[in-house]
Each structure stands twice: as structure tokens, then as C-alpha cells.
Design a protein around this ligand. Structure first.
Ligand SMILES: [Zn+2]
Length: 250
């Protein structure tokens, strides 16, 4: 299946270049932003260093007490393949779990301009089954999530091509691809307040939740793309424009 592209957001389709097709995709803009945010964090090692440069030590200390922005690990770190362990909730949410949640929220919020939409604990090197995802403009925390059911219909069967978009990942910088996931899922999870929730999600939210859920099992979206014989694209900058160049796989 060919990914959708169009000319919105001032982007234009390029003709073939050295047998490689260049595509531009408007709907991936959120994911671009997501990636750039992650790179900003990785490049700086930690926001703390950046803060230290612009604040006095005393001010920086105060800032560090309130923010815990973690480095997002990338594919050169084998821990991304770890199957994360369930959180033990027998005696409620302990301090350690609260800290993981705070770190996830702080890390993703540090990427709020541009915006991030989801992050799993393993991406900041905690192998526990927790992720956060933006649901209706707010981050929801999913502890020990279980996907109860998947729709038989997949994205490509339900949505018109122009509504399909690429996935990207903070842990796989600059790489994008379409994964034909089930269109709708029912997921059950624990909240930080100790409640059990169950809800149905579709389209964008279902994609994001399945992507984050895969992280808990050590699966990256690129594996899904390859399983489905899909195409992977690399984001390249050319003439101040962002473009997707197909990666040739042999
Ligand atoms: Zn990811």
C-alpha cells in the first residue's frame, strides 16, 4: 500500500531522485515535532545541563527539584528490547512508581513545544509496564495496561488513504513508516489513583496506545513495518524543507 501524501503545510511532492522516491506527508507533522523534541533532549544530554547554563546554580537546583527530564534511550540501547515487568500494586502506588510517572510526564512535557504525544517507561530506561499517552489533549497514565480486544478491521480497511499517517518514535530518530494496526482497541489499565479503567479507542489514539503498548513488550514500530513488508522512510532536510526519503532495504 502506498502511503498517503499531500501538498498541505507548504510541502510538495518531489519527483524520483536516483531511483529513490521522495514523499512528503502532512499528517506526520506531529511526529516530526515529536522527534525533534527528543533529539533536543538527547543532544543536550539532559535539560539540567541546559538549565545550568542559563541559571545560577542556586536557581538551577530549584529547577532540578521540580523537573525530572530524563534522557530518552534510542535503538543503540539494548534495553529497548526488554519486556517490561508489571508494577506491583498490592500496596498501592509506591514512591518509585510515582517517580517514574513524574519523570515520564516531565520528559514529555519538556518536549511540549514542539509537542510529544506518548512515552513508555522503558524509553527513559525504567523497565516497568507504564506509559503515558495524550488522550483528548491530556496525558493519561496507563499502569499495567492490557489490551482486551482488537478490531478485526485494520486502519487501511476503515480509513481513506488521506487519513492514514506514518508512525515515528522518540527512540528511533528520523525514521517513519506506516503500520497497518487494528483500527480500534479496548484497553484496561490502572490509574495512578488506584482505579481500574477500561475504554475503547480508535484511529489516532488506538495507534498511539498500540505503539506505546508494543514498547512494553520490547517491540519497536519499525519491526511492525517490516513484518508487514511496509516501507521505511528517513526524514531529511533539504532546502529548509523536511522530506521523507524511502530507505532501501535489501
Ligand atoms: Zn515509540
Amino acid at each position: 500500500m502506498k502511503p498517503n501524501w499531500n501538498d498541505s503545510f507548504g510541502l510538495k511532492k518531489k519527483k524520483s531522485l536516483n531511483n529513490k522516491k521522495l514523499f512528503l506527508f502532512e499528517n506526520h507533522l506531529n511526529f516530526h515535532k515529536f522527534i525533534f523534541a527528543s533529539e533536543k533532549i538527547s543532544k543536550d544530554k539532559s535539560i539540567d545541563q541546559k538549565v545550568n547554563r542559563i541559571m545560577s546554580k542556586k536557581q538551577a537546583k530549584c529547577y532540578n527539584l521540580t523537573m525530572a527530564v530524563r534522557k530518552i534511550i534510542t535503538t543503540n540501547n539494548k534495553n529497548l528490547k526488554i519486556k517490561s515487568k508489571p508494577v506491583n500494586l498490592k500496596s498501592g502506588i509506591d514512591k518509585k512508581t510515582q517517580n517514574v510517572i513524574k519523570d515520564l510526564l516531565d520528559t514529555v512535557k519538556a518536549a511540549s513545544d514542539p509537542e510529544g504525544i506518548g512515552l513508555s517507561a522503558i524509553q527513559i530506561n525504567y523497565p516497568v509496564r507504564i506509559f503515558i499517552a495524550k488522550i483528548k489533549d491530556q496525558f493519561e497514565v496507563f499502569i499495567n495496561p492490557v489490551i482486551k480486544s482488537f478490531s478485526k478491521k485494520r486502519l487501511s480497511q476503515v480509513l481513506p488513504k488521506k487519513k492514514l499517517f506514518f508512525e515515528g518514535c522518540l527512540s528511533v530518530p528520523k525514521i517513519y513508516g506506516f503500520v497497518d494496526r487494528p483500527y480500534q482497541i479496548v484497553i484496561e489499565w490502572q490509574t495512578p489513583e488506584g482505579k481500574t479503567k477500561k475504554a475503547k479507542f480508535c484511529h489516532r489514539e488506538a495507534i498511539c496506545l498500540q505503539h506505546e503498548f508494543d514498547h512494553l513488550d520490547g517491540i519497536l514500530f519499525v519491526q511492525r513495518v517490516l513484518e508487514q513488508d511496509g516501507k521505511l522512510f528517513q526524514l531529511k532536510k533539504q532546502d529548509d524543507k523536511e522530506e521523507f526519503e524511502e530507505i532501501e532495504l535489501y
